[in-house]
Design a protein around this ligand. Structure first.
Ligand code: FE2
Length: 413
């Protein structure tokens, strides 16, 4: 991949807010001034905000199909189990079966990249996903240990909590599990059970944590564990989410996840909007835009134990870059109010994945092999792969003109 310079960027960081600077990319990494000579360049004219590409810390890449499945009107679940049963008995699930597992992974990679995310986890066992992940255009975490959940009725993924957690420690991987996704006795004891098994520590990425007590939250903070907050999925299924303000006040490393679109938001940008609205409803105050920025960038990189190479635009890290149209002055507000139409450019380790045609110079001036063109909000955009062709073929398999909200285009336009 060629080296390049992005000039006159409004570069956004947690430490320094926004600075007008150039971004230099060499060998897929962010490099310092003087180390990229004679490279291609694009001048952003001081109009666009440049962020580290976003993370989604909880998804199931076989499950990104619509519409969502929830309880009957006026009812809510006690645990995730009846939701899983309702999902598998649903028309949505039957319709999804028109697409292959490989199709679902491709579709989910588009959900991911059209929301400005380059790094995501597929919360499924390695045995199920390992044949699909390497071919995807985005970074799907491959080094992780997992459990489905910590209860007697969990889905028996992996080799059990103790062995999987030990594997995480030995390899410096995250140990990822749903936890306290509900209110039955076992869910409420989830954190205590994890602690009893000797598996509560900084390697943990705990998803949901709805039934956590104040004491559980303190223990999570002391252990240095991370959580993935999935508010839209929680509210659909349970009409309540975790005590998010307490997690933040105790200093827990909080990240944001969508869950699959079978229960969560269409993508991480929609989840950000939902999280902000819900927090305001819950507490009568704003969740700061900077805090949300950190949840989907540096906090997530830390939770995945990838903070040495991702999560900020510091020199030496991988060039995972998200450029958004500047609509408001505050760089964090600009991110948290953005939607798919505001994305101007996205790269993964320097490789352009998606962007306006003015960035084609970085790819040699014309669409290279392996890319195609789509139209998003009236703008012609290049994209890796063939999302337009894929959408058309998926509709043929499904049998009608299915609309998937996380694809921001109509094929053929
Ligand atoms: Fe999940």
């Amino acid at each position: 991949m060629g080296d390049y310079i992005l000039k006159n960027c409004l570069v956004v960081s947690a430490a320094n807010g926004v600075e007008n600077a150039a971004i230099r990319v060499g060998n897929g990494k962010l490099v310092s001034q003087g180390s990229v000579g004679g490279a291609k360049s694009v001048d952003l004219g001081g109009k666009s905000f440049v962020y580290p590409a976003l993370f989604n810390t909880h998804d199931h890449l076989r499950g990104n199909y619509l519409p969502r499945i929830g309880p009957k009107p006026g009812e809510f679940y006690l645990t995730w189990l009846p939701w899983d049963n309702d999902l598998k008995a649903s028309d949505t699930y039957a319709e999804r079966a028109n697409l292959t597992a490989e199709d679902m992974y491709t579709l989910s990679s588009y959900k991911t990249l059209f929301s400005g995310v380059t790094t995501v986890v597929d919360h499924f066992p390695h045995a199920i996903n390992k044949e699909f992940l390497p071919a995807l255009p985005i970074r799907v975490l491959q080094n992780y240990a997992l459990a489905h959940e910590v209860s007697s009725y969990e889905l028996k993924w992996g080799d059990g909590v103790e062995i999987e957690h030990q594997r995480a420690v030995e390899n410096n991987w995250p140990f990822i599990t749903h936890l306290a996704e509900g209110f039955d006795e076992e869910s409420m004891r989830g954190l205590a059970t994890l602690e009893h098994l000797g598996a509560l520590d900084r390697y943990d990425l705990l998803v949901h944590c709805i039934g956590f007590s104040d004491d559980d939250i303190k223990k999570t903070a002391r252990a240095g564990a991370s959580i993935s907050w999935c508010p839209a999925s929680n509210m659909l299924m349970f009409n309540v989410t975790c005590k998010i303000r307490k997690f933040l006040r105790e200093g827990v490393n909080v990240t944001l996840g969508t869950d699959s679109t079978h229960s969560g938001s269409a993508n991480i940008l929609a989840e950000i909007h939902y999280a902000r609205d819900l927090y305001r409803k819950m507490y009568g105050e704003d969740l700061s835009a900077k805090t949300i920025f950190e949840m989907v960038t540096c906090n997530a990189a830390r939770a995945f134990l990838l903070e040495d190479s991702l999560g900020s635009l510091d020199t030496g890290k991988l060039a995972d870059i998200l450029i958004l149209r500047g609509r408001v002055d505050d760089p964090y507000e600009n991110l948290v109010s953005a939607d798919m139409r505001d994305i101007e450019f996205l790269s993964l380790a320097g490789k352009p994945l998606y962007g306006e045609l003015r960035f084609l110079d970085l790819l040699g001036g014309k669409l290279p092999h392996g890319y195609s063109q789509i139209t998003v909000a009236g703008r012609p955009m290049f994209a890796i792969g063939d999302p337009g062709g894929f959408y058309t073929q998926a509709r043929e398999k499904i049998g009608f003109k299915k609309v998937l909200d996380f694809l921001p285009f109509e094929p053929g336009q």
